[in-house]
Design a protein around this ligand. Structure first.
Ligand code: ADE
Ligand code: ZN
Ligand code: ZN
Length: 256
């Protein structure tokens, strides 16, 4: 009997282990939006590299490899933390690397004509994911609470935390597939798209950081969150997905 209880304990722990990710759906939406905004030239080069797969299909690769310890050195690439009143770069970067250093590395490898096809493929898949994480505000946040992971809240009477609410609770509870969600995002004019694509990762990281600072004020520790939270914040989630997709397209159109 004791053995079964122990087994159950470990199995439950495995299922609910703290492996926070901008939901699979969120990353796919960003891949899909980017795919729709590639230039013909970039779309062709990327299709060749991905053997016909689209960006949505490879957008979760960087999370999948987390389970393999030989890829451990990439795990710090998924986020960047710095104090609320600082800018990225004001302080020395984390020794393990961070989201910005990770994106820079991907761009460098893809751009280098001497890189092997296998490396270009690997770092393209990483890049698609990381530009997504750059637009999940809690991945550009504070070290002291691990990007909101230590801010416990209840989500519809289940245990959660601020990070997870933004990674997955809101998107998953919305209940749409990634194609449905991508196709129902607010329609934007050419000028609006262009405005979103302005700047570079150093501008976008500050925008996400500012948003994270605002989100920290949206809950109290232990708060019980229900529909009201999504009413207030889901439009922001949608904007972040749209921005992530359009900016990923910009980065890729420049590279390919
Ligand atoms: N671990 C520490 N900080 C984190 C963050 N911002 N996002 C995800 N995991 C983290
Ligand atoms: Zn996360
Ligand atoms: Zn990630």
């Amino acid at each position: 009997m004791k053995k079964w209880i122990l087994l159950l304990f470990f199995a439950t722990n495995l299922c609910f282990s703290n492996n926070p990710v901008w939901s699979k759906t969120g990353h796919r939406v960003i891949g899909e939006v980017a795919q729709e905004n590639l230039t013909k030239k970039a779309a062709k080069a990327i299709a060749e590299l991905l053997d016909g797969q689209g960006l949505a299909a490879v957008s979760n690769f960087a999370d999948l490899i987390k389970a393999d310890s030989s890829y451990r050195k990439f795990s710090a690439w998924h986020y960047v933390n710095y104090p609320a009143n600082k800018k990225y770069g004001d302080e020395p970067p984390s020794k393990e690397g961070d989201l910005i250093l990770g994106i820079e590395k991907c761009v460098e490898i893809i751009r280098n004509q001497n890189s092997s096809k296998a490396d270009k493929l690997f770092y393209l898949k990483m890049l698609v994911h990381l530009i997504g994480d750059l637009h999940q505000p809690m991945h550009v946040s504070r070290l002291e609470d691990k990007g909101g992971n230590d801010i416990q809240v209840r989500w519809f009477n289940k245990g959660s935390n601020l990070h997870r609410v933004w990674d997955s609770n809101m998107v998953d509870d919305y209940g749409m597939s990634y194609t449905e969600l991508a196709s129902t995002l607010p329609r934007l004019s050419k000028a609006e798209k262009k405005a979103i694509q302005k700047g570079d990762i150093y501008d976008w990281v500050e925008e996400s950081h500012d948003l994270a600072n605002e989100i920290y004020g949206s809950v109290e520790m232990g708060e019980k969150l229900y529909y009201r939270y999504s009413y207030d914040w889901f439009a922001t989630v949608e904007i972040q997905l749209e921005k992530g997709g359009l900016r990923l397209a910009k980065v890729l159109n420049n590279l390919f």
